[in-house]
Design a protein around this ligand. Structure first.
Ligand code: ADP
Length: 206
């Protein structure tokens, strides 16, 4: 079967990508698109946490208060759910599109160590941006559709502040490692996808 731009599917599904973006910039949408294009597993830390909360598992009960407030869940709890998911993704698909992880410097360092241990380091990091008021309005729209309890104005503002404080430093960390692609999503989705496609072909040809 042929996947992205006519390449053999096996060639591109080895992709290992991190989506890094503030809430509302489109990491879910574009992360899913990358998954469809490459066959690599889409791993959304937020979706995994919401599933645990919904089924009231012990982990779900521990994380519910953090996610409802828009605070980050402690790193150890995140590792307990993310590391097995990443290992399974690599085993099953040969790659991953990580959506929402890592989100702190400690998480990024742990992810890098694990990648080095498995000889499967991240090949590229996609940093999606949009003006803050656009992010807020997208999230408020989504609240009407998806009913996420953290898509309320005060919680949205708090999540954006948490992003600026905890996650934004990762942008320079990955830029310094030479694997960052910064893209504005304040334009038609097809244009963003065209840039992502060019970038995927570039990183796979290196
Ligand atoms: P968004 O990017 O729109 O805030 P996510 O679905 O990625 O949405 O995350 C929702 C919530 O899940 C976050 O506000 C946070 O509470 C928790 N969360 C997700 N990923 C992580 C992570 N890597 N570390 C800590 N908390 C996380």
């Amino acid at each position: 079967m042929r996947g992205l731009c006519g390449l053999e599917e096996g060639v591109v599904n080895m992709v290992r990508v991190v989506m890094l973006s503030p809430p509302g910039a489109g990491k879910g949408t574009h992360g899913r698109w990358l998954t469809q294009q490459t066959g690599a597993a889409h791993i959304s830390s937020g979706d995994l946490l919401r599933a645990e909360v919904a089924r009231r598992s012990p982990l779900g009960q521990q994380v519910a208060a953090y996610t409802a407030r828009g605070d980050l869940v402690p790193d150890e709890l995140i590792f307990s759910i993310l590391i097995p998911a990443v290992v399974a993704a690599i085993r099953d698909t040969g790659g991953y599109v990580l959506d929402g992880f890592p989100r702190t410097m400690a998480q990024a360092q742990r992810a890098a160590e694990l990648g080095a241990e498995l000889s499967l380091t991240t090949e590229g990091v996609v940093y999606l941006t949009a003006p803050e008021e656009e992010l807020v309005s997208r999230l408020l729209d989504r609240a009407g559709r998806d009913g996420r309890t953290d898509d309320r104005l005060e919680v949205i503002r708090h999540r954006l502040a948490v992003f600026a404080r905890e996650t934004a430093p990762l942008v320079n960390y990955y830029r310094g490692r030479g694997i960052l692609l910064e893209l504005s999503t304040d334009r038609p989705e097809a244009e963003v996808q065209a840039d992502l496609r060019d970038w995927l072909l570039l990183i796979k040809s290196l």
